[in-house]
Design a protein around this ligand. Structure first.
Ligand SMILES: [Ca+2]
Length: 329
C-alpha cells in the first residue's frame, strides 16, 4: 500500500512537472513571438503599412508547424530528375496544355506578342506551377510566411516577403480571406511570392485589380512580364535534349561544364536527340546532365536561365522547357 502510494505520488509529481514544463515552454515561445511581432510591427509601420492593416492581419495568424517541416523537405533533394520529370510532364498535363492553348488561343497569342514571350512557355509555367490554375494552394499566405519568418531556416527572406504581403493587403489589391497560396507563400495561379507580385503582377484587362488568383488574362500577362523582365528572348527557345558521345559524358565534370558555342558542341559529336545535326547557328549553350552521365543530357540556352529566375530548380526549368515543346502547335 505504501509502495502504491509512493508510486501514485511520484506519478502525480511527474504529471505536474510535465504540465509545468509544457506551460513554461509555451509561455517562453509566446513571449518570444510577442517580442518578434512588436519589432515587425514597428518595421511595417515605418514602411508605410497602416496600424489597422497590420493589427487586423496579424491577429489572424496561426503558426503552422507543418510549414516548417515542409520547408526542410523539398522534393528535388530526394528524387532524381527522371522521376521528377515523369511526374511533372505527364500525358495528362500535355493533353490539358494543348486544350488550354486552343481555348485561350486568341488572348494568349496577343499577350505573347505584346510582352515578347512565346505562348507555349507562358502555358507551360501555368501548367506546372498550378496545373493550369486548378491547384493554387489553400494555405493562408500570411500564416505561412509568419511561420517561416519567425525562427525559420530562411527567416530573413520570409520576413521581407511577409512585409510585402502586408503591403499588398494594405493597398487593397486582395482581401485577407482570399490571400491563399502554397505553404511557402507563393500566391495565385502564377505562384508569385509577394515581392514578385509587387514588382511584376499585371492588370491586363484594366479592371483595376492585378488578379493572379482568378483572372487568367492577368495570370498570363504577369508570367510573361516576369520572364521578359528577367531577360527572355522570344527569338530563341530554351534548349533541347541531346545525344552525347560516351567519352564526353565521362569527362564532363572536368572539361564540359562551361558555356560554349553550338559549333563546338557539334564538333565533339553532340547531336539532336533524333540523331540529326545541331542547328548551324551562332548560339552558346551549356551541357547539363541532371542525373549524371547515365541519365538524360541537355544543351540549354540563355532562356533556360531566365526560367530558373522563376524557380531556381534545374529540374523545374528543364521540365518547363520540355512541356513547352510538347504542347506547342
Ligand atoms: Ca485585372
Amino acid at each position: 500500500m505504501l509502495l502504491l502510494n509512493m508510486l501514485t505520488t511520484k506519478y502525480y509529481i511527474s504529471i505536474f512537472l510535465a504540465i509545468f514544463t509544457f506551460i513554461n515552454v509555451s509561455y517562453a515561445k509566446e513571449e518570444n513571438y510577442n517580442i518578434w511581432l512588436s519589432e515587425l510591427r514597428k518595421e511595417a509601420i515605418e514602411k508605410g503599412i497602416s496600424e489597422k492593416t497590420f493589427d487586423k492581419t496579424m491577429e489572424s495568424v496561426v503558426i503552422l508547424d507543418k510549414v516548417k517541416k515542409l520547408d526542410k523537405k523539398q522534393p528535388e533533394r530526394t528524387i532524381t530528375f527522371i522521376d521528377y520529370y515523369k511526374r511533372t510532364v505527364n500525358s495528362n498535363r500535355i493533353k490539358v496544355g494543348k486544350e488550354k492553348f486552343d481555348l485561350h488561343k486568341k488572348e494568349i497569342n496577343e499577350i505573347a506578342e505584346k510582352y515578347g514571350v512565346q505562348a507555349r512557355f507562358i502555358l507551360s509555367i501555368w501548367g506546372i506551377e498550378t496545373n493550369y490554375g486548378t491547384y493554387t494552394g489553400s494555405f493562408s499566405v500570411i500564416s505561412s510566411l509568419t511561420s517561416l519568418a519567425f525562427n525559420g531556416r530562411r527567416a530573413k527572406f520570409f520576413r521581407n516577403q511577409l512585409l510585402d504581403a502586408l503591403e499588398i493587403l494594405d493597398k487593397g489589391y486582395i482581401e485577407l480571406k482570399d490571400m491563399k497560396g502554397s505553404w511557402a507563400g507563393a500566391m495565385g495561379q502564377s505562384q508569385f511570392m509577394p515581392s514578385s507580385y509587387l514588382e511584376y503582377a499585371q492588370d491586363y484587362d484594366k479592371d483595376g485589380k492585378k488578379d493572379i488568383w482568378n483572372n487568367y488574362l492577368d495570370v498570363f500577362s504577369s508570367i510573361a512580364f516576369y520572364l521578359k523582365s528577367h531577360g527572355w528572348d522570344n527569338n530563341k527557345t530554351w534548349g533541347r535534349e541531346v545525344l552525347v558521345p560516351k567519352n564526353i559524358l565521362i569527362s564532363y565534370k572536368e572539361n564540359y561544364t562551361d558555356k560554349k558555342a553550338l559549333k563546338f558542341w557539334s564538333k565533339i559529336g553532340i547531336k539532336k536527340y533524333n540523331g540529326d545535326a545541331l542547328p548551324n547557328i551562332n548560339l552558346t549553350a551549356n551541357l547539363i546532365l541532371p542525373d549524371g552521365p547515365e541519365g538524360k543530357a541537355f544543351l540549354v540556352y540563355d532562356n533556360f536561365y531566365t526560367i530558373k529566375k522563376y524557380n531556381a530548380s534545374t529540374y523545374y526549368a528543364l521540365s518547363i522547357g520540355i512541356l513547352s515543346d510538347r504542347i506547342k502547335f
